[in-house]
Design a protein around this ligand. Structure first.
Ligand SMILES: [Zn+2]
Ligand SMILES: [Zn+2]
Length: 341
């Protein structure tokens, strides 16, 4: 009989995940088996669980999770990483390596990429399979609990800041100061730009100030406040709402960069003439490439980038996801597998 593990699986959309004993998978060629120490819980897990983003061809039931940190305990044919190496299981499980996105170094945009907790089983389990060539190497000095959210939330914020072309003297506005925005503030500060935080919640703004934001505004005062500071050269939207759009268009300078980070499915009104006259650039970002992950993890270790994490047991994952859905979390929930029975 095969070895068994605890896993939290989506059996039916809009139903609680089923936490049960399932067989430990075996690594195939090029694959490694990680024994997980931690796994972050991401908003995308909520979207998958409630059926908003259910992929075709996913395993059924599907183990969610894409922010895993663990150690190599078994190696598939052709792999070379030593047993015991600590690796991350990020969103990206692998990509096709021959499409336009992959060939230009943007594998995170690959249309046939496979993702943990989405198209392959993820990290809400004691063990997960990763591709050796796509697993993230976790630098010594980064502890597994705070490192887990770096696998998606952190690297996504990093990718967004990289697209914003920040520099000393520029003014960057971060809209939405939840977990991702909190990473965004810290990374943007490291570019030397002046960083302005915007949120609807005054508590989030006081956290933003602690994390280094130079100025903080409630959403209702943000356009006026940013304009008084000279206007925004870049706006990064981390808020999952299309209601931010009038604020964004109201605060940008000519030639500003607008980066869409949060997944907002609702449309916004865009007057093309507005772009004609101001030369603004509108772009987006989606998690990160392997190179971005490598660069970001080194930066996180050197600079101490981090947010509050609240550890939970795998058995409490449904409760944590309910709290996440209503915004009842300071930074990020992280499953700590040492708390499993
Ligand atoms: Zn995520
Ligand atoms: Zn591809």
């Amino acid at each position: 009989m095969s070895k068994m593990m605890w896993a939290a699986q989506l059996v039916e959309p809009r139903q609680p995940l089923q936490v049960s004993r399932v067989p430990v998978p075996r690594p195939g060629p090029g694959e490694l088996l990680l024994k997980l120490e931690t796994s972050g819980i991401c908003h995308t897990d909520l979207h998958v669980a409630d059926g908003q983003a259910f992929p075709s061809g996913a395993p059924e039931p599907l183990t969610l999770g894409h922010e895993g940190i663990g150690r190599v305990v078994e190696r598939g044919e052709g792999t070379t990483v030593p047993l015991g190496t600590r690796l991350g299981a990020p969103w990206l499980h692998d990509s096709c390596e021959h499409c336009r996105s992959c060939l230009t170094g943007w594998e995170s945009y690959c249309p046939t990429q496979r993702a943990h907790g989405y198209t392959v089983n993820g990290s809400f389990a004691e063990y997960v399979i990763v591709q050796e060539r796509y697993a993230a190497t976790i630098p010594e000095g980064l502890e597994s609990l705070p490192a887990a959210p770096l696998m998606c939330a952190g690297v996504t914020a990093y990718g967004g800041v990289m697209k914003a072309d920040l520099a000393p003297g520029k003014l960057a506005v971060i809209i939405g100061c939840g977990g991702l925005g909190q990473y965004g503030i810290q990374i943007a500060k490291l570019t030397g730009a002046t960083v302005v935080a915007v949120d609807t919640n005054p508590l989030k703004l006081s956290e933003a100030r602690t994390l280094g934001a130079d100025e903080c505004f409630l959403a209702e005062n943000a356009v006026e406040g940013v304009k008084a500071l000279g206007g925004a050269d870049a706006v990064l939207n981390f808020a999952p709402s299309n209601r931010v759009w009038p604020m964004v268009t109201g605060m940008v300078n000519n030639f500003a960069t607008i980066v869409s980070v949060a997944m907002v499915a609702e449309p916004v009104p865009l007057v093309l003439e507005w772009l004609t006259f101001n030369g603004c650039r509108i772009t987006g970002t989606s998690v990160g490439t392997r190179q971005q992950m490598h660069d970001f993890l080194a930066l996180a270790r050197r600079s101490g980038i981090g947010i509050d994490v609240e550890p939970v047991a795998l058995q409490d994952v449904n409760h944590a996801m309910q709290r996440l859905a209503r915004g009842d979390v300071k930074g990020r929930f992280v499953i700590d597998f040492s708390r499993s029975p």
